[in-house]
Design a protein around this ligand. Structure first.
Ligand code: DAH
Length: 328
């Protein structure tokens, strides 16, 4: 009986099967129990002898059951550990976080610079009217300077602004000097699109007005911006040119080392000048002077971060854009 019982105990694959075997031998009607009951029919001498043998058998069985219980418990734990094992060689799970577009990064950087110089950031509408975009900025009707800023017109006679300068007019109408403001924003031109021209792009405009604001202040502001972007000692240059809304007017450049070619050269950034008296007249200002400047953000971003084609900034191809993650 022992042999057979041990075989069945070893074969039990879980606690329930083992319990069935236990009942079959040690239960009320189990094989061993039946034999113990049968002892009563024996003579005292036979009973002592057989009783000892049966007790030994019972102990052996109980020991075998206990051992099997432990083994099954252990197997359960082992299986659980196996199942939960961490494979540290598995590839990680990538979580993709978004990032700011390069143009947004460059804009934020510029705004940080100007905020630190005490400028307020203001914005204006992209859908403008002729008055704010041109006339109040001293572009008289039919003036040839308008031809340089061809744009898109709506059927009700409004237009997509060609520059951020109209916000100068809007701001001055609503505020009294002195003030310093910068205006980031989207602008539009009726352009033949190519690698360096888009029908929409972004500008940053600055306007400072007060009692004795001079050209030296303009130069100082541009140099401060260049220094913040390119490091201390950065040189700037103003060269005379014409814009209807400033007099004198200039284009400004910064002396820098081109990141691609390694050459030192002037980088033309934008236009600037002293606010034209006609512009002040249009907004009802008297007895003040001021300077303004404006430049394209795409161009600054492209030369600084080596973007060869402006269209790459707008195609929305993530493979292109993610190269500039966290750059500016
Ligand atoms: N608005 C001009 C343009 O888009 C750029 C400009 C030139 C802005 C001179 C200014 C300025 O504020 O003073 O071409």
């Amino acid at each position: 009986m022992l042999e057979e019982a041990l075989t069945r105990i070893a074969a039990a694959q879980d606690h329930r099967a083992l319990q069935d075997v236990r009942v079959a031998y040690l239960g009320k009607k189990g094989h061993l129990t039946e034999r113990l009951k049968a002892l009563g029919a024996l003579t005292p001498d036979e009973r002592r002898e057989a009783g000892r043998a049966l007790n030994e058998l019972k102990r052996a069985l109980e020991g075998a059951f206990d051992e099997r219980v432990r083994a099954l418990d252990e197997a359960v734990v082992r299986a659980q550990l196996e199942g939960e094992r961490v494979d540290v060689t598995l590839p990680g799970v990538r979580t993709s976080a978004g990032a700011h577009h390069l143009l947004t990064q460059v804009t934020h950087k510029l705004l940080d610079v100007f905020r630190s110089l005490g400028y307020e950031v203001v914005v204006g509408p992209e859908l403008e009217d002729d008055h704010h975009n041109f006339t109040a900025l001293n572009f008289p009707p039919e003036h040839p300077a308008r031809d340089t800023q061809d744009t898109f017109w709506t059927t009700d006679g409004r237009l997509l602004r060609t520059h951020t300068s109209p916000v100068q007019v809007r701001y001055m109408r609503e505020h009294r000097p002195p003030f310093r403001v910068v205006v980031p924003g989207k602008v539009f031109r009726n352009e033949a699109v190519d690698a360096t021209h888009e029908a929409q792009f972004h500008q940053l405009e600055a306007l400072v007005v007060g009692e004795r604001v001079t050209m030296a202040d303009l130069r100082g502001a541009i140099t401060a911006m260049a220094t913040a972007l390119l490091g201390s000692g950065t040189r700037t240059r103003l060269q005379p040119t014409f814009f209807p809304f400033v007099e004198p007017g200039a284009e400004f450049a910064v002396w820098w080392t081109h990141p691609k070619t390694g050459r030192e050269e002037w980088l033309e950034l934008g236009g600037c000048g002293m606010v034209h008296p006609n512009v002040f007249r249009a907004v009802g200002y008297e007895g003040v002077t001021g300077f303004a400047f404006g430049f394209g953000i795409e161009r600054l971003a492209m030369v600084t971060y080596g973007v060869a084609d402006i269209r790459d900034l707008y195609r929305g191809d993530v493979r292109v854009l993610e190269q500039f993650r966290g750059m500016a």
